[in-house]
Design a protein around this ligand. Structure first.
Ligand code: M6R
Length: 608
């Protein structure tokens, strides 16, 4: 996720770009840059780190000019350094491009461009776009961009300028957001509405496949087929503060709603045309993957819960034994890992001290270590043998939501890859699971669209002091994550148990004052879960069940039922988690808690 701003009009472009980028910094902040038409030169300024570094560079050496494009980056391809910062330029330095998204076929494009004599200077997928536009340019920038985007697969929002057409920005999008703020004698291209609100509330929303030609006095848009597009204009009522959170009250709620996109982006391109799962980042041959005999996963907090989901999937599909340990225990234990062990470290931030220490310990013992992280260039990426990125975009709320479900998506791909490599799953089964996995974003969308009853349910339980979360099988990590979400943002004591363990102690806690949240989705232990519900209800508990649409019977056993669409048991962790997140969110809000910055917590735990 990156932020894009483009300006054409009478104002100084650098002011508008810096102001707009500041409002998009939530989308990424590892580097920033701008390209401005300054007299007869295209001036590009790029700086590593937060936007303030770019601001200082431009303040020190102003770049006059009224047309330009700017970018704040959340790295996906290549480290967050100056060479990889946007804008990227072509060989002549006359064409500049900013991009948000992932161009999946960039490797083949790079090879083709290099073979045709282009010199690429960065490691990014984006730079290919600048060179493609250069190769197609014959005096009409829009025509060159249309030819370029036809060569791209993947997701992109692009803003492109050419020194030979100095009053124009050409913008295009597929699967990444892009809007145009329509002003009076000025227009602003942006990834999101907050960037334009200072200048206009009239916004044109580009559709997938659209290519827009933007000048100070007008915007013309063609669709993917090259026909004039029927673009939608919107009048924005939000004030700026609301707009930064996309109209949501809090970042946490916004991030919960960003999950379909985060999961989609994480899964993008993970199965190739021949039906092979793609995890080339592991840099392991099929034979090496097939030879993996043990997996050890280390992580903390929410990431640990993703690890528990992964254990279940890898053991079930690839039949490889998996151990899971919290990093803080691993680092001081005497773990049995060695050259035969594949160690996976899960950390959304990539900076968690305990997990980094566990990584070092595992490597010291000879293991190959891979990271799953959301942050390109983070510490863990420099200390491991390979990295699988989740593409959730920056998570601002301290409570992990979209990064958790994106981790599960990435780990599901890993489990499928291992099972495909060692032949434990046949090709038909892999393809069927992949097909179902690809539809999980839509299932999450459906849950989010029909979530009113969760807020009503929250109102009834907001005054609880203590709660229990139960599940079996895949429901166990979901219950663990549900309990963590509730305790960290609402400060209600919440404990998670494997439902079968209740009778061995925790059932003593049950009273009518202790709500019990039960993952009761369809699966091979469903009947057992219903029995566990009966046990707690017999002791006066009020039960909130997360169940599968169509299960009417469960209503006889629970005070509240939060339904999710039917999904196979192995893939149920993501959908079952979403109602838990929303339940915790609404309870916390009703208790007046700050859900984005809960007390005593930090987003990255860089202390022991
Ligand atoms: O960045 P990491 O994934 O390594 O962070 C680990 C935990 O601190 C983190 O998952 C924490 O539990 C969540 N923010 C809780 O919502």
């Amino acid at each position: 996720m990156c932020g894009i701003v483009g300006y054409v009009g009478p104002r100084q472009a650098s002011d508008v770009l810096l102001g707009g980028l500041a409002r998009l910094e939530y989308r990424g902040y590892d580097s920033a840059g701008a390209a401005i038409m300054s007299e007869d030169e295209l001036v590009v300024v790029r700086r590593v780190g937060k936007l303030v570094n770019l601001r200082e560079a431009i303040a020190g050496k102003p770049v006059p000019g009224t047309v330009g494009i700017g970018h704040t980056r959340w790295a996906t391809h290549g480290a967050p350094n100056e060479e990889n910062a946007h804008p990227h330029v072509d060989c002549s330095g006359k064409i500049a491009v900013v991009h948000n998204g992932i161009i999946e076929n960039y490797m083949e494009l790079r090879e083709e461009l290099a073979a045709n004599g282009h010199v690429l200077r960065s490691e990014t997928d984006t730079e290919t776009v600048a060179h493609l536009v250069e190769s197609y340019y014959e005096g009409d920038l829009t025509a060159a961009v249309i030819k370029t985007v036809r060569r791209l697969t993947g997701a992109y929002a692009l803003a492109i300028v050419h020194l030979e057409d100095p009053g124009t920005i050409v913008a295009a999008r597929v699967d990444s957001p892009l809007i145009i703020g329509i002003g009076d004698g000025e227009n602003i291209v942006a990834s999101d509405i907050p960037a334009v609100l200072e200048f206009t509330r009239e916004v044109l929303v580009l559709e997938d496949g659209d290519v827009a030609t933007v000048t100070a006095n007008g915007v013309s848009v063609v669709d993917a087929a090259g026909r004039p597009a029927d673009s939608e204009m919107m009048h924005i009522e939000w004030d700026l503060a609301a707009a930064e959170k996309g109209g949501y009250e809090d970042f946490m709620l916004k991030e919960i709603h960003e999950q379909p996109r985060a999961i989609r982006e994480t899964l993008r391109g993970r199965m190739d045309a021949t039906g092979k799962m793609q995890l080339s980042e592991l840099q392991m041959t099929e034979a090496q993957l097939a030879a993996v005999e043990r997996v050890f996963i280390v992580a903390c907090g929410t990431s640990y819960h993703a690890a528990v989901v992964a254990k279940s999937l890898i053991e079930q599909w690839a039949r490889i034994p998996v151990e899971v340990e919290v990093s803080s225990e691993f680092r001081y234990g005497n773990p049995i890992v060695g050259e035969d062990t594949l160690v996976v470290a899960i950390t959304q931030s990539g900076e968690t001290t305990d997990t980094l220490a566990a990584v070092r310990e595992a490597r010291r013992r000879g293991a190959k270590v891979f990271a799953i992280t959301n942050v390109v260039g983070s510490r863990v990426t420099r200390e491991t043998d390979g990295v699988i990125y989740t593409h959730a975009g920056p998570e601002i709320g301290v409570a992990a939501t979209k990064t958790f479900t994106a981790q599960i998506a990435a780990l599901t791909v890993l489990a499928l890859k291992l099972a495909q490599a060692n032949g434990m799953l046949d090709q038909k089964r892999v393809e069927a699971l992949w097909e179902e996995l690809s539809h999980i974003p839509e299932i999450v969308e459906a849950i989010l669209a029909d979530a009113n009853d969760i807020a009503e349910c929250a109102a009834e339980y907001k005054d609880a002091n203590s709660s229990l979360f139960l599940g079996r099988g895949m429901g166990v990590p979901v219950a663990m994550e549900g309990a963590l979400k509730l305790k960290e943002i609402s400060y209600i004591h919440a404990e998670a148990y494997a439902a079968g363990e209740m009778k061995h102690g925790p059932i003593a806690l049950i009273t009518s004052e202790v709500p019990v949240v039960v993952v009761a989705t369809q699966g091979h232990t469903y009947e057992k879960v219903v029995s566990n519900i009966q046990e707690v209800r017999a002791r006066g508990a009020r039960v909130i069940a997360v169940a599968t649409h169509g299960d009417q019977d469960i209503q006889r056993h629970a005070e509240h039922v939060l339904y999710i669409p039917a999904v196979s048991e192995a893939l149920s962790a993501i959908p079952a988690t979403v109602p838990m997140q929303l339940l915790s969110y609404h309870i916390a809000k009703l208790r007046g808690c700050n859900v984005d910055q809960p007390r005593n917590l930090a987003k990255s735990v860089t202390v022991e």
